[in-house]
Design a protein around this ligand. Structure first.
Ligand code: HEM
Ligand code: HEM
Ligand SMILES: [Fe+2]
Length: 456
């Protein structure tokens, strides 16, 4: 069953894709400045470009997750969205806040603290947007007919995400305390609440695409969510090793974060198993590509590249090197970027009631982006290993190491980044070709759609 109000997801996805393109453009710029520091150095210094690269990333991913939530909740709760108006006002509020933040960064207005650098006034607008969102979703569910595990995990994750944001808003003069709580946002977001949200959205799509029973998918959803929280919360210790916190974090962080890949392995196994046992051949292959590619790269980027540097005995050498950047890129891309793109590819055609659109360019975008990102993170990993050896083991000065040995690696990062960016270009073009609108009523969407609904 479809609901008209699900369409409010569209502007969220649209802005999400535009900001993604902007994020990547700034990634290329700072990637180039790494090698040729003179580029735009007076106008747009590296730190400002980096700030825009990271903050637009967080923002487009959040917009994408919100769009996917707005699409998902009416269908799960079996009623129209509580208020389309609130969703629209919230969209414009967040969009204008985002634009103000990026323009502010260009003029040096920043609060510091990587990833969440919007100045305080804008923080409050973001909080207002989050409250409108939670209220709207909450009321839809309360007034709705259904309560499912997918909804429970999703709403739990969204509430946690919003509450945690508040911990990044207070400034502590003591830098150790400041960093301590900053990680509550960053780590507990990506390794806790965002993981829950991602798992719920994934479950929603898997149930519909594979035709596997809800009971089976949701049983695993609970187990994954519990394991994510059980390992992820204390896994935060892997960021407390060297910032001045008590020594017991070495043991706690090491132990719990070593367990963090377990739910990620389950997620891969679970998805592939459900995919294989699908009962209908789904026409929307590109959505499936992104889903499966996403769980695999999520596991490699977050699970493998994270866990190899998470023990204190290893991390004391690798901390803050290009190895970290390699993990950061593949984890964010695999776990969240690919999921948001999967949601776009599943939900926009679904909105129009047809999954049989032209998929050639979508497949090209998928392969170009994934191979570009895998190659880029492989280069960063190689660069990181060389950096650890020269800088941390041989004790070579950073600038010598960078100028004499890093630039070749960074050139390859730039080249692979260009490949990735070409894929993003294809994605943007394809986005505007996806069927997203229906001129007639949602449920009069033709034979194929009906067959699919029957098989659920
Ligand atoms: C989707 C999940 C994840 C994402 C998006 C993610 C992302 C990131 C990012 C961006 C950083 C760099 C932070 C900074 O200093 O600015 C980082 C650091 C780190 N991550 Fe993850 N991560 C994820 C999961 C994991 C997992 C599962 C583990 C371990 C099992 C892990 C272990 C680490 C460690 C040890 C560091 C610190 C590296 C250093 O010392 O510089 N991460 N992560
Ligand atoms: C053309 C593609 C891209 C290029 C050339 C690029 C380049 C860069 C550069 C130069 C940095 C700064 C590294 C440093 O300070 O040492 C960076 C940081 C970062 N980028 Fe990208 N980026 C690209 C795409 C992406 C994408 C698609 C994502 C995620 C979806 C992403 C996530 C990140 C993260 C999380 C960091 C912080 C990593 C850390 O501090 O460890 N980037 N990127
Ligand atoms: Fe972490």
């Amino acid at each position: 069953m479809h609901y008209r109000s699900q369409r409010v997801a569209y502007p969220y996805f649209l802005l999400s894709i535009i900001l993604f393109a902007l994020q990547v453009a700034f990634g290329l710029l700072i990637g180039a400045q790494f090698i040729w520091p003179g580029i735009l150095s007076g106008l747009l210094p590296f730190d400002v470009g980096r700030e825009i690269h990271l903050n637009t990333m967080v923002f487009w991913l959040l917009l994408g997750l919100m769009g996917a939530t707005y699409y998902l909740v009416p269908e799960e709760a079996q009623r129209e969205l509580y208020s389309v108006k609130i969703a629209r006002v919230q969209f414009w509020l967040l969009a204008l806040t985002g634009v103000a933040a990026v323009v502010g960064f260009l003029f040096g207005l920043t609060e510091g603290r990587e990833y969440i650098e919007a100045p305080r006034v804008l923080d409050w607008l973001i909080v207002a947007g989050a409250l409108m969102f939670l209220y709207n979703i909450g009321m839809t569910v309360i007034k709705g007919k259904g309560w499912t595990a997918t909804l429970g995990i999703l709403i739990g994750g969204l509430t946690g995400l919003s509450v945690l944001y508040l911990f990044g808003m207070k400034f502590f003069e003591n830098l150790v305390l400041d960093q301590y709580y900053w990680w509550w946002v960053i780590h507990l977001w990506v390794e806790g609440t965002w993981e829950m949200i991602a798992a719920a959205i994934l479950a929603f799509m898997l149930i519909r695409i594979t035709g596997v029973s809800r009971k089976r998918v949701e049983k695993w959803l609970y187990i994954e969510a519990i394991l994510v929280l059980a390992t992820g919360i204390l896994g935060i210790g892997h960021h407390y090793y060297w910032i001045g916190t008590p020594e017991y974090w070495l043991a706690i962080g090491g132990f719990f974060s070593m367990l963090e890949p377990i739910p990620l392995v389950l997620m891969v196994w679970d998805t592939l198993r459900e995919y294989k046992s699908r009962t209908i051949k789904h026409q929307n292959e590109v959505a499936l590509y992104w889903i499966i590619g996403g769980v695999v790269l999520h596991f490699i980027g977050a699970g493998v590249l994270g866990v190899v540097q998470t023990l204190p005995v290893v991390n004391q050498w690798t901390h803050g090197t290009q190895m970290t950047a390699s993990h950061g890129h593949l984890a964010f891309f695999g776990a969240f970027a690919m999921l948001v793109i999967a949601a776009i590819y599943y939900m926009l055609p679904d909105m129009a009631g047809r999954h049989d659109y032209k998929q050639g360019l979508g497949k090209w975008a998928f392969w170009t982006m994934t191979s570009g990102m895998v190659a880029m993170t492989a280069v960063l990993l190689g660069a990181g290993i060389v950096q650890v050896y020269l800088e941390r083991i041989l004790g070579m000065a950073f600038v010598t190491m960078k100028n004499q040995y890093m630039n070749t690696w960074m050139l390859w990062r730039f080249i692979t980044g260009l490949v990735f960016a070409a894929g993003v270009g294809m994605l943007v073009v394809d986005f505007f070709r996806l069927p997203a609108y229906v001129s007639h009523r949602f449920n009069g969407t033709g034979l194929k759609r009906k067959q699919e609904v029957k098989s659920l």
